[in-house]
Structures are given as structure tokens and as C-alpha cells.
Write a protein that binds this ligand. Sequence first.
Ligand code: HEC
Length: 243
Amino acid sequence: MLRWILSVIIAAAASAAMGQERAPVTRDDVPAWAFPAPMLYSVPDSTRKITEVVQYDRTRTVDWYPDEHPAMPDAVKGRITVYACSFCHLPTGGGRAGNGALAGLSANYIREQIANMKSGVRTYDPRFTTGINMLLVAKMDTQSDIDAAANYYAGLKYRKLLRVVEAVEIPHVTTDAVYIFDTSGAMEPLGERIIEGPDDKERFRRRDPYITSRSRAALRWPGARRTGRPATPATGQDLRAAR
Ligand code: HEC
């Protein structure tokens, strides 16, 4: 009985649909909110604009300031199949929170590290996903790609973008591939950790090479611990002496 009722309903619906001529949908019928234009992002002093898709494409680079570095070899710039070195280390070689700066390292050192990653001498904890991706790149790129990338990065000038701050308490941190500092004012104890995260979360996501990271070093200075106040020793020497 139920099946009979259902088939009557389906047959009625089908004949109603066939009998009803639908007017073709024109562009004006489609509400604009359903198909928004992709958001375009930029960073200060760059004329470029990129979409979010480009921002997260690991096979090419977001090159905000193309006039500020020499032409990139393929391995650095990116191709379809392998991650671009510059996706992580950036075209300027300054690196980001979560990976190292390569600018100004010697080409030999760069080659040696990659060889060590390839052979398994230098390795990373499986929870460190970007490190694991670095190991994959080391294995996938050809030696001539590695040589070209090593020469490129060795020829760039290192700029110090890391700011070291010593503190007992730090803004609450969450993880989003790297540590992100909470800006709501919530704090947490640093404990015996070294936490590095970008100063500006949005510009970090856009791979802006000129944002600073802030590294909050674990405070092992007994005087500072007693008072509970952040204290910065005048020099690294003082810090070593106090330990
Ligand atoms: C997916 C992100 C990613 C890509 C792509 C990538 N790297 Fe790395 N790279 C890393 C991370 C993460 C580290 C580890 C940093 C550490 O050991 O603390 C690293 C470390 C290195 C180091 C060691 C630096 C040091 O100070 O000892 C070298 C050299 C290096 N990468 C070169 C390259 C080259 C050349 C390419 C392209 C062929 C490349 N990387 C592509 C993420 C990446």
C-alpha cells in the first residue's frame, strides 16, 4: 500500500515537472552574494594582489617584491610537481616562523644540510609537518636543482627579523602550523619553552617577508623568576653568568 502511494506521488511530481516549462536562468537572476569575486590580498608597499588560492599554493611563490632579489631558479620559484623552496623560505630567504632563514648561509652548508636530510642524518619529529615536508623536498629535488637553490640563497643578504623577548608570562598561544599569539589580552605562563610566532598573523599568512617574529625565550634567570617580572639582562654575558 505504502509503495503504491509513493509511486503515485512520484508519478504526479514527474508529470508536473514535465508540464512546467522553466524559463532559462539568466545572470541577473543569480544573487551576487552566491558568487562573490575572490578576495584580493596585498601587503604594504607592494603593487601585487593575490587570491587566497595563490596564497596557499605550495608549488609557486608569493613574490611580493620581485625587484628586491635576483631572478629565482626553478626550484626556488616553484614548478608544478615539487614544493617551491620560496613557499617556506620566501624569495628573500628570510624564512618564516616555523622554518629557517637561508639568506647568507654558505652554498656548501645548504648543500650539506639537504644531503643530510636525504640520507636521514638530519631528521624531524613526525609532528613537525613543515619539517617533514622539507625532508620530502630534499628527496624529490634533483642535485642540479639543489645546487641552483643553494647558490641563489647563498647570494642573498640576511636581514635580522627575529626579535627576542624574555618573559615569564606570554600572550595565550594557539597553533595553526605555527604558534599564534592571542591578541585578546589572555596570558599564560611561558614555563621552560621557547615560543616563536609572527607579530602580525595576517601578514604572516600572506607570506609577507618583512614581518618580524617574536621569540620568547624561556627565562632561566633566577632573579627575574623571584620577582615574577620580565627582566632583560643587559647582555648575553649577564644571562650566562646568572645561570
Ligand atoms: C614545506 C616547507 C619547506 C620547503 C618547501 C622547503 N623547506 Fe627548507 N626547511 C623547512 C623547514 C621546516 C626547515 C627546518 C628548520 C629547522 O631545522 O629548524 C628547513 C630547513 C632547511 C635548511 C637547513 C637550514 C639550517 O639553518 O640548517 C636548508 C638548507 C633548507 N631548508 C633548504 C631548502 C631548499 C634549498 C628548499 C628548496 C629546494 C627548501 N628548503 C624547501 C621547510 C621547507
